[in-house]
Design a protein around this ligand. Structure first.
Ligand code: NAD
Length: 320
């Protein structure tokens, strides 16, 4: 049996933590000794008006330490981080969890209509992470969790939401590289949990399954592991729910090359080969993808991509 994880002496900022997943993350971390900033701008949804102060009261009543922040993640990121620094002296963990769901069909007003959804999920995560970055680096084991969504795989009528959530994947991959030298790990989750966001699902087998098998606590358990200094995972995304976790990657197949100057019609003839899901690989970075492509085209790798080279080759060709 694994030793229970503790977070004594650490400080976490959890955004959107007045209810649902955020509340559950905050309660678990506090129960394990973490001091928590419970942030929420109290965005009403149907009949529910969440209260971050209520979650702080719950934590304190259970013997934990927490303070409230009601600032907006987009405009008030600096204030949220300042609350942590003033109350607890730093930030070791940021869980970017705040988000809103919205039905957003594409149309002439999409830029206007989609902006708030994208602002909160994407720019809110950028703003809070950016405001906390120097503190996370100072911590020596800073941890950031982005809350993406399985709508990144595609979903109808929620394009603003899924655009923002899938953009968090690229943000996670890239910040992981920036964080590595300073000990900051950045990962993303695509959660599934019974919260007010999904409680409006029409009654039926899916909502019944979600309600009974997908408690927020099942997601928080994995999030806590990602946030612990002992966890070395960095730059990854996971589908998480119902006590199941699966790694999610952006992958490509080996591709097809036509002779120089081929007619556009010839792509149709080889479509079966470039559409296959066989022989997928998941590049570790953009340079990894470029070097892999160079290898497939020429059977050779430019020296600058080889181990020790300025653009280090960080994946061995599968044929090697
Ligand atoms: N529940 C799921 O199955 C599911 C699936 C995929 C993704 N998510 C994501 O998980 C996160 C948590 O969602 P939830 O299901 O617990 O729903 P929720 O509505 O209970 O939680 C979201 C919280 O974010 C807060 N919030 C919204 N905008 C904010 C802002 N600008 N500043 C500060 N706080 C703000 C809300 O007040 C709310 O309390 C969201 O990012 C959501 O998109 C949830």
């Amino acid at each position: 049996m694994a030793e229970p994880l503790r977070f004594d002496g650490q400080v976490a900022v959890v955004t959107g933590a007045a209810g649902g997943l955020g509340r559950s993350h905050a309660l678990l971390l506090a129960e394990r000794g973490c001091r928590v900033v419970v942030n929420d701008a109290a965005v009403p949804f149907r009949d529910d008006v969440p209260s971050a102060q209520r979650v702080v009261d719950e934590i304190v009543a259970a013997g934990g330490e927490a303070v409230v922040s009601t600032a907006d993640v987009v405009d008030g990121a600096a204030e949220i981080v300042a609350t942590a620094v003033e109350a607890f002296g730093g930030v070791d963990i940021v869980i970017n969890n705040a988000g809103i769901g919205a039905s957003t069909p594409i149309g002439p007003d999409s830029v206007h209509d989609w902006r708030r959804t994208i602002d909160i999920s994407l720019f809110g995560s950028i703003a809070v992470t950016g405001a906390a970055w120097e503190h996370l680096a100072r911590s020596g084991h800073g941890r950031v969790v982005m809350t993406s969504s399985n709508t990144s795989f595609g979903a109808t009528r929620t394009a603003a939401y899924s655009s923002a959530k899938s953009a968090l994947y690229g943000l996670t991959r890239s910040l992981a590289g920036e964080g590595r030298p300073v000990g900051v790990a950045v990962n993303a989750i695509m959660p599934a949990a019974w919260t007010r966001l999904v409680a409006g699902l029409p009654p039926g087998p899916v909502s019944e399954l979600m309600e009974t098998r997908f408690p927020p606590e099942a997601v928080s358990s994995f999030v806590a592991w990602l946030c612990h200094p002992s966890c070395g995972v960095n730059g990854e995304a996971f589908s998480v729910g119902g006590w199941r976790v699966a790694r999610v990657v952006l992958a490509e197949n080996e591709g097809v090359q036509l002779p120089d100057g081929a007619d556009p019609a010839e792509w149709g003839e080889v479509a079966g080969a470039f559409m296959t899901l066989d022989d997928l690989s998941a590049p570790l970075s953009s340079t990894d993808e470029v070097s892999w492509t160079a290898f497939l085209l020429d059977g050779d790798v430019p020296p600058e991509f080889l181990p020790g080279g300025p653009l280090a080759w960080d994946r061995r060709p599968r044929s090697a």
